[in-house]
Design a protein around this ligand. Structure first.
Ligand code: 6PG
Length: 253
């Protein structure tokens, strides 16, 4: 199978170096986007892995153009923002509350009524914000994703085709394996982004990383992430990159 173009697999000797790289990338991309279009748009993931990165990003707040940056969610659990498992709650506490981003630039998934309604409402917000015509996709400047041990990414889970084969921008994930229903950006939206960064840490992810990189024909959700015209980065710490052969690595400094 042909390798997706513009894919970079970077394995970092320390998490700190990985975070520094991603903060620098965020800075570069945001400055470029603001110069071109006046704003920078990013969609962020939840889970455990990115918590420390968001804290580092908040520490570097003076480096970044928050006033003209817009933050969306890659996915959300159907729980109130105050719930410990709310992705928005986590991102707000570790990043958004600590930087000078105007409230109007923050675009959470509003959890209301039921999960289908929330997905439709998020989709509407995306359409309005990006001023999309029928059939158009938002083009995020950056989407940060994680990978679950089963290969899920955002809330696109193995065996669930609804966020994959769809013309929707957001969809509901209602699966027995999930503790809470979820809302996710769909695969077509993710693949429209200009830059996608998988942030993957820890030895428990080494097997799935190998599978995603080397056996994309298995079609676990993370291996379906292939930007149409953007760039794809796999940012791994040493443990997550343990089983990735040396020729695929690009050690940094
Ligand atoms: C979520 C996510 C999800 C996450 C993976 C990996 O809401 O949980 O957005 O897709 O990125 O589950 O999570 P960890 O990095 O915490 O293992």
């Amino acid at each position: 199978m042909k390798k997706p173009e513009k894919r970079k697999v970077l394995i970092f000797p320390t998490r700190r170096k990985l975070y520094d790289f991603l903060i620098q990338k965020w800075k570069e991309l945001s400055e470029k986007a603001i110069e071109k279009r006046g704003i920078f748009t990013a969609a962020l993931s939840g889970g455990e892995t990115p918590v420390e990165f968001y804290q580092r990003l908040a520490d570097s707040k003076d480096l970044l153009p928050w006033y003209t940056s817009h933050i969306f969610l890659a996915d959300e659990r159907f729980v109130p923002f105050e719930h410990p498992e709310s992705n928005f709650g986590m991102i707000r506490a570790n990043l958004l509350e600590k930087v000078a981003i105007p409230d109007k630039n923050i675009h959470p998934v509003t959890v209301d009524r039921n999960v289908d309604y929330s997905a439709r409402r998020y989709e509407k917000r995306l359409r309005e914000f990006f001023q999309l015509k029928e059939g158009e996709c938002p083009e995020f400047d950056l989407i940060i994703l994680g990978i679950g041990e089963d290969g899920h990414t955002a809330s696109i889970f193995p065996g669930d085709s609804s966020p994959v084969e769809t013309s929707h921008l957001a969809s509901a994930a209602k699966l027995d394996v999930l503790k809470h229903d979820r809302i996710t950006l769909t695969l077509p939206v993710i693949n429209c982004a200009w830059n996608i960064a998988f942030l993957v840490l820890g030895e428990c992810k080494a097997r799935i990383v190998k599978k995603v990189l080397e056996k994309p024909q298995n079609k676990v959700p993370a291996s379906l992430v292939r930007p149409l015209k953007g760039k794809l980065f796999y940012l791994l710490d040493k443990s997550a990159g343990l089983l990735v052969p040396a020729e695929k690595t690009s050690p940094k400094k």
